[in-house]
Design a protein around this ligand. Sequence first.
Ligand SMILES: NC(=O)c1ccc[n+]([C@@H]2O[C@H](COP(=O)([O-])OP(=O)(O)OC[C@H]3O[C@@H](n4cnc5c(N)ncnc54)[C@H](O)[C@@H]3O)[C@@H](O)[C@H]2O)c1
Length: 390
Amino acid sequence: MDKIKLGIIGIGNMGSVHAVSLIEGNIPELELTAVADIRESRRRWAKEQLPNNVQIFSDGDSLMEDGCCDAVLIAVPHYDHPRFVINAFAHGLHAMCEKPAGVYTLQVRKMNEAAAKTDRVFGMMFNQRTNPVYRKIYEMVHSQKYGALKRVNWIITDWYRTQAYYNSGGWRATWAGEGGGVLINQCPHNLDLLQWICGMPAKVHAFCHIGKWHDIEVEDDVTAYMEFPNGATGVFVTTTGDAPGTNRLEITLEKGKIVCENNVLRFYELDCSEREYCFTTPEGFRPPAGHWTEIVTEGENLQHTGVLRAFAANILRGEPLVANGEEGINGLALSNAMYLSGWLGKTVELPIDENLFLEKLNELRANSKMKEVQEITFNTEGTYGSGGKP
Ligand SMILES: NC(=O)c1ccc[n+]([C@@H]2O[C@H](COP(=O)([O-])OP(=O)(O)OC[C@H]3O[C@@H](n4cnc5c(N)ncnc54)[C@H](O)[C@@H]3O)[C@@H](O)[C@H]2O)c1
C-alpha cells in the first residue's frame, strides 16, 4: 500500500480546508476518498468542489461503516471528538483528531483507553508543533543545557474574533455545544505547547471572564497563574477581544531567557547560572553578564500539512507523528483546571477532581442556550496560527 484512503468527518471551516489541501495533492500519501457532514449545505459544497470519486455521507458513522477508508480525520465540534475516535478504532481505522481532544478529561480518558487497546495509529492535530520556533524552544528547554525552569509567561491575545464569528454556528461559544470559549477553542494549541515545552503545572489559579468583550455565555478573557512541581511559576493570558493582540512567550531558565514574539526567537544567554551567581558574587545590584542573540530556525513551518504527512508516514513506515493522540489529554487537563479554578474561585491542584469538573460543566450545559443562527462557513485561510503565520 503506498496511499492511505482518508475520510473527513465534518467539512465545515476546518474540514473543508483539509479536503481542499488533500485534493490539491499537498499530502501525497493520503487520498481523500470520502467526506461526511450532517449539514446539507456542506454536502452540496462537497458535491460541487470535490472530485466525483470522493463519496459523500450524511453522517460520520455511516462513512466509517462503509469501509471506503483506512483512516479518518475528525473535524466536528469538540464534544464529539472522543466518540468518533473510539468508533474509528472499533472499525479498524486509524484516526487523526482535530484539537481539542475533547471537552472534559473524563471522556478523553475513555478515548485514550481505546487507543491503548488498538494497533491503529492515533494522532492529534497540534499543527503549531510543526513551527520551527516552538520546536527550537522545546529543544532548548529539554536539553537541560540552560538549567531548570524558573518562570514562563505567555501573553497570547492575538486570537481576535468578532461577534459575527461567534454568531456563525449555533454550537459556538455555548456550554452545551462547544464546552467553553477561548480556552477550549483557540488555546488548545498554546496549552499543548506550554505543557510540551515546560511540563504540567502542579497548581493553577485562573480568572475566566464570561462574555467580557462579546455577547456570549462562555469566557473570552482569561488570566491564569501556574505553579510547577519544581517551584517555577507562570502566567498565561489570553483573549479574543484585543486588537492588536500580542503573542509573546518568555521562558526564564537558570542560565538564560528565551523570548519568542510574533515568531521571532531571541535568547539571552547568561555567562553563568544565575542561581550560582546570586550566592557567590559580592555584587549587590549587578545581574550576571550575558548577551542576546536572535536564533534563526531551520525547517519549514508545514502546520496542518506537516501533521497529515507525518500521520501517513507513521501508518506506512512507522515514522514519528507530530503529536501522539494520547497527548491531547494534557493541554485539556490544563484548560479544565483553569475553568474549575475560575468556577470555584480558588487555586486547584492537578490532576483536578474530574468528576467535580463534569458536575459543574453539566450545570452550565443544562442552562446553556444554543443559538438560532444563520450558519456561515468562513474562508479561514491564513488564520490558523496566531502570530500572523499559517
Ligand atoms: N487545527 C486547527 O487549526 C483548527 C482550526 C479550526 C478548527 N479546528 C477544530 O475543528 C473542529 C471543527 O471546527 P470548525 O470551525 O470547522 O467548525 P464548523 O462548525 O465550521 O464545522 C464542523 C462541521 O461538522 C459537521 N458535523 C457535526 N456533527 C457531525 C456528524 N455527526 N457527522 C458529520 N458531520 C458533523 C457540522 O455540520 C459542521 O459542518 C473543532 O473541534 C475545532 O476546534 C481546528
